[in-house]
Design a protein around this ligand. Structure first.
Ligand SMILES: [Ca+2]
Ligand SMILES: [Ca+2]
Length: 192
């Protein structure tokens, strides 16, 4: 019986240490051009542009898109767009750029931080100049809680992908284990 108990405990403890990675991509296709996304939690991430707000653009306009017919940007298309994650992510990728009818060469910068507000800069990347279309920048770094996209030219952003790694909390496993342990203890007392 004791061996059985330790086996059960070992199984639960290994469950407690297990991690589960889930990857989400937001392509913004479910929105209509002009939709206000400022401050909305889109399922694990909240998007903001503090001065002007974030909106959905028609991908067939000069804003362009990487996927489908929709992209996002700040309302003035030049202000920073901030992605705040509910939980730390270990991977984040974003596409930035504009439509095929434009002639300016766009570069954009992607910064990642270890806190939802303030914190330390974990990494920064700047795209190569691109006249039309979107280019991706990505990070594989543990503990990203915020990403910021910026450009000095008019660009839109599309196809945000992020991976959240969640740990099964030990207290939850302990709660599962506690009633079983009490039951075993009671049975042992009765049989003794
Ligand atoms: Ca899209
Ligand atoms: Ca351009």
């Amino acid at each position: 019986m004791t061996k059985l108990l330790s086996a059960a405990a070992g199984c639960l403890l290994s469950l407690a240490a297990a991690s589960h990675a889930s990857t989400t991509t937001l392509d913004f296709e479910e929105f209509a051009a002009g939709d206000d996304l400022e401050g909305l939690d889109l399922g694990g991430v909240t998007i903001t542009s503090p001065a002007v707000g974030v909106t959905v653009f028609d991908g067939s306009s000069s804003a362009g898109s990487n996927s489908g017919a929709r992209s996002i940007a700040s309302r003035d298309i030049v202000s920073d767009v901030i992605f705040t994650f509910d939980n730390a992510v270990s991977f984040v990728e974003l596409f930035g750029g504009d439509g095929p009818a434009t002639s300016d060469a766009d570069t954009w910068t992607f910064d990642v931080y270890d806190a939802q507000v303030g914190g330390n800069l974990l990494g920064t990347l700047t795209s190569s100049p691109l006249v039309s279309g979107h280019s991706s920048l990505s990070f594989s770094i543990a503990g990203i809680l915020r990403a910021e996209a910026s450009s000095t030219t008019r660009v839109s952003y599309d196809d945000l992908t992020f991976t959240t790694v969640s740990q099964v909390p030990v207290p939850a496993a302990a709660l599962l284990f506690a009633p079983a342990a009490a039951l075993f203890a009671r049975r042992r007392r009765r049989s003794a």
